[in-house]
Design a protein around this ligand. Structure first.
Ligand code: KIV
Ligand code: ZN
Length: 514
């Protein structure tokens, strides 16, 4: 097969990392974008791990996995038969469901974690695959901690699970321990040693603890792997997983070298990256390959000179290849609703009815405040609308007094279920005062753990996007808010977090599918 299967695990391995959790609606939003990106497989969750994860996996299977041309929807399960039953209950709605079952094969894990013998683990793996195959024709098996597993024993397990019906065997570098050359050799040796290896797709799943995840994934492809597991922005346990955008663009840009490609629609990469950052509130570093803010910025004079003369001098990919907008000046305050809808459609957001009305109102407000409205401003407006949180509290009014020689104070009015509540607060600065005023209104004391402010576009009148992480009495939540006024953006982000704390799982899931 001259194509690599892209298995995206942003919603499972990525989401399980601290600070990246997503509710059902957010996972659905992300899954829709992964479908637009045209990944082959979406691993939507680990259904036995919690009711929320079960529900999110099920809804991705129902609402995204049933669409025309939808990706395979996969759920993770340990080898316990009850895990597999639960996993099947969640993924069975998809047109093309997959059960992914795993058990560790390294002696370290067998001795200290599982407290089982090699023979017991081999039997459990075979039983699990047989059990999963009774439900589903598409079953993946992973020998966890493969890079530190005894090679012969791991190959015995792989051979046995393929005989039991596994259709994909995935080799994880669970702790990010492998070095490219040895990892490539290990994959090549598996292909020689496992007799029935041709009956399954060979896959890898690389973690980034030593910064080798993408290199290890690529070297595995060079040695015969035909599926790679990866995540948007490389999110995942600890230092993360292999980054999808880096693998895909390496294969695309260096097709001359690899001679192999994926079916990913690369023009959707940037939007996927931005959506994930927006949902999780975690932005990628500016110098991140492919999707970082500076990935296409040429600062040095000599580079700029070269690029102006001929882009090929310093540019190996074009921003439009990953769907980075030219950030054009799009519209002014006289632009109408149709023009907005059309521009949003070009940017990949199809809004109509009440959603479009809301976005249009926000656009008009913004155009009144800001002379120039750019594509990125529009994206911020729309993504703000798409923040799926039940709005128990809404911000009605904010008044702040601040300066160099007075104690900053703020008055806040919030509405809740038709009633309006007002209070005030003081603080170190205007943001602190506004957040204290919100606490005074709600009677809930939030502890701000993280605060990030980012200008969406350049200029003094840029929209500021604020992401916060707040601890409300042991419930840690994130929140986002955007405005041309950074104090308002901060208050909105805090109220957004507050709404998540009072409704930890936003259940606005449409009942659809079988
Ligand atoms: O890192 C790992 O080993 C995993 C497996 C479940 C594939 O995430
Ligand atoms: Zn992993």
């Amino acid at each position: 097969m001259n194509r690599v299967i892209i298995f995206d695990t942003t919603l499972r391995d990525g989401e399980q990392a601290p600070g990246f959790s997503m509710n059902t609606m957010e996972k659905l939003e992300m899954a829709r974008q992964l479908a637009r990106l045209n990944v082959d497989v979406v691993e939507a969750g680990f259904p036995i791990s919690s009711d929320e994860d079960f529900e999110a996996t099920r809804e991705v299977a129902r609402q995204v996995g049933t669409l025309e041309g939808a990706p395979i929807v996969c759920g993770l399960s340990r080898v316990g038969l009850a895990d597999i039953d639960r996993c099947w209950e969640a993924v069975k709605y998809a047109r093309r469901p997959r059960i992914h079952t795993f058990v560790a094969t390294s002696d370290i894990h067998l001795k200290y974690k599982l407290r089982k013998t090699r023979a017991e683990v081999l039997k459990a793996a075979v039983d699990a695959v047989k059990h999963a195959r009774a439900y589903c024709a598409d079953v993946e098996f992973s020998p966890e901690d493969a890079s530190r597993s005894d090679f012969e024993y791991m190959c015995d397990v792989l051979e046995a699970v393929i005989d039991a019906g596994a259709t994909t065997i995935n080799i994880p570098d669970t702790v990010g321990y492998a070095i490219p050359q040895e990892w490539g050799e290990r994959i090549a040796r598996i292909r020689q040693r496992v007799k029935n290896v041709d009956k399954a797709v060979l896959s890898v799943h690389c973690h980034n603890d030593l910064g080798q995840a993408v290199a290890n994934s690529l070297v595995a492809i060079m040695n015969g792997a035909r599926q790679v597991e990866c995540t948007i922005n490389g999110i995942g346990e600890r230092a993360g997983n292999a980054s999808l955008e880096e693998i895909v663009m390496s294969l695309r840009t260096r097709k001359d070298f690899f001679g192999i490609d994926t079916q990913v629609k690369t023009e959707e990469i940037f939007r996927a990256s931005r959506l994930l950052s927006h949902i999780t509130g975690v932005h990628v570093q500016p110098n991140k390959a492919v999707v970082g803010e500076n990935a296409f910025a040429h600062e040095a004079g000599i580079h700029q000179d070269g690029v102006l003369k001929e882009k090929l001098t310093y540019e190996i990919m074009r921003p439009q290849d990953i769907g980075r907008s030219s950030n054009k000046l799009v519209m002014g305050k006289h632009s109408g609703r149709h023009a907005l809808a059309a521009r949003l459609k070009d940017l990949g957001f199809e809004l109509e009815g009440a959603e479009l009305d809301k976005a249009f109102k926000k656009f008009k407000d913004l155009a009144d405040k800001k002379k120039e409205v750019y594509d990125d401003d529009l994206i911020a407006i729309v993504q703000d609308e798409m923040t799926h949180v039940l709005e128990t509290y809404t911000l009605d009014y904010l008044h702040v007094i601040s300066g160099t020689s007075i104690v900053p104070s703020a008055t806040i009015r919030l509405s809740k279920e038709g009633q309006v509540f007002q209070d005030s607060g003081v603080g170190d600065g205007p943001v602190d005062a506004a957040l204290n005023a919100i606490d005074a209104v709600t009677g809930l004391k939030g502890r701000l753990l993280d605060y990030q402010l980012r200008a969406i576009t350049g200029g003094k009148d840029a929209i500021g996007e604020v992401s916060v992480k707040v601890d409300f009495d042991g419930t840690v939540v994130t929140g986002k808010g955007a405005s041309t006024d950074v104090i308002e953006a901060s208050a909105r982000a805090y109220v957004n977090a507050l709404n998540r704390a009072v409704h930890p799982v936003a259940l606005r899931v449409k009942e659809s599918g079988p």
